[in-house]
Design a protein around this ligand. Structure first.
Ligand code: PMP
Length: 376
């Protein structure tokens, strides 16, 4: 029999929710193409529209403003490819934003980050108010919360500045959707990206939410799907799972403090057992489910492997860049000392994480750090 596993890597991907699984299984047997006008097609179309309404409800948007895509990577890439003259990009954005922005012809203005992980918005104001460069069509892209540290940014504040200066605003809300209340009107953003698999839906589907008739380039040309905004026969199985997961995730936001308590207990015990440990971003607003912790001098990769052998799944830095040796660009941008950055692991929990899971992690942490201390 396989030993039980403790999955503490929800920011990389969340387990599939039963509601999403059921919706996907039902969708697999729908024959129709949502673009067909016969009964089979209309049934598939109804499923897509129902999911669209659920995704729209999660972020307070109109359903017509939700464009389904293959994930947040595509949603981010689509916004970046919007023909901007200037893109303001924070140094801690997900690679799918950073690389896509830098691949355009836009002038890139990097927004630096303080040691606390909060972006230095003064740098945006300096660039805009000094008028050194003409901005042309400009975009600010600022993540809502970081996938590695959980640190939350003041998107609404930056968006207000953007609006006052005629600059478009995008936020990557992949990590906040389903954890914090995310509302496009309250955030006042023109574009918002989200991903199904981070909230218990399937991998390979996500959405870009638009506001105020924000323009959008067509990355994919072809049929007239998604109101001519994204060609290709809809991934109705994925979209059905996304919709079902979204509805369940929305209902769960009210109970997020349960995760916060578990996370706080985890951190409390880590610090009690290993007082040298540093919890990144502890003094600023963070996602309630995320801990980024470093034992100075240690190696995150080694720790992740030892924890894996002990039956526990966590990440070193961002899972999307794992396999790559090197420190996280996020911690580097924050000026985290290299020996700390190399040691940082991310523990991220979710709705089905239990106190036993946390205890199993703490037992493994104790035994691994004790053995390492003895060997040193
Ligand atoms: N943005 C953030 C903040 C993420 O954490 C991720 C997933 N690691 C993505 C974008 C990419 O999402 P997807 O996997 O749906 O392409």
């Amino acid at each position: 029999m396989n030993a039980p596993r403790t999955y503490l890597d929800w920011n990389a991907t969340a387990p599939l929710r039963p509601e999403a699984r059921a919706a996907m299984i039902a969708a697999l047997d729908l024959t129709g193409n949502p673009s067909s006008i016969h009964a089979e097609g209309r049934k598939a179309r109804a499923l897509v529209n129902d999911a669209r309404e659920k995704v729209a409800a999660l972020v307070g948007a109109a359903s017509a403003d939700v464009v389904f895509a293959s994930g947040a990577t595509e949603a981010n890439a689509t916004v970046m490819a919007g023909g901007w003259d200037t893109i303001f990009v924070s140094d801690i954005e997900h690679e799918s934003v950073l690389h896509a922005a830098k691949a355009t012809r836009a002038r890139i203005v990097e927004i630096p980050v303080g040691h606390d992980g909060i972006v230095e918005t003064g740098a945006i104001a300096d660039e805009v108010l000094t008028g050194r460069h003409s901005l042309g069509r400009a975009l600010i892209t600022l993540q809502h919360a970081n996938n590695e540290t959980g640190i939350v940014q003041s998107v609404a504040e930056v968006a207000a500045f953007a609006r006052a200066h005629g600059i478009a605003m995008h936020t990557d809300a992949v990590q906040t959707c389903g954890r914090l209340t995310v509302d496009v009107d309250a955030l006042d953003v023109d574009y918002l990206s989200l991903s199904a698999h981070k909230l218990g839906g399937p991998k390979g589907v996500g959405a870009l939410v638009l506001r105020n008739g924000a323009p959008l380039p067509n990355l994919l040309l072809g049929g007239g799907q998604e109101r001519r905004r994204r060609a290709g026969t809809e991934n109705i199985t994925g979209i059905a799972g996304f919709g079902a997961a979204t509805a369940a995730a929305k209902a769960e936001i009210a109970t997020i403090d349960r995760q916060r308590l578990l996370r706080d207990r985890l951190e409390h015990h880590i610090l009690a057992m290993t007082p040298d440990a540093v919890i990144i971003g502890r003094d600023v607003e963070r996602l309630p489910n995320t801990t980024c912790v470093a034992l100075p001098g240690g190696s995150a990769e080694t720790l992740v492997i030892k924890l894996d052998l002990a039956g526990i799944a966590v990440s070193a830095g961002s899972a999307c860049s794992s396999g790559k040796v090197g420190t996280s660009h996020v911690l580097r941008a924050m000026g985290t000392p290299p020996d700390l950055a190399r040691a940082a692991i991310r523990i991220s929990i979710g709705a089905t994480t239990t106190a036993d899971d946390v205890d199993r992690f703490l037992a493994a942490w104790t035994s691994i750090t004790r053995t390492a201390a003895k060997a040193a």
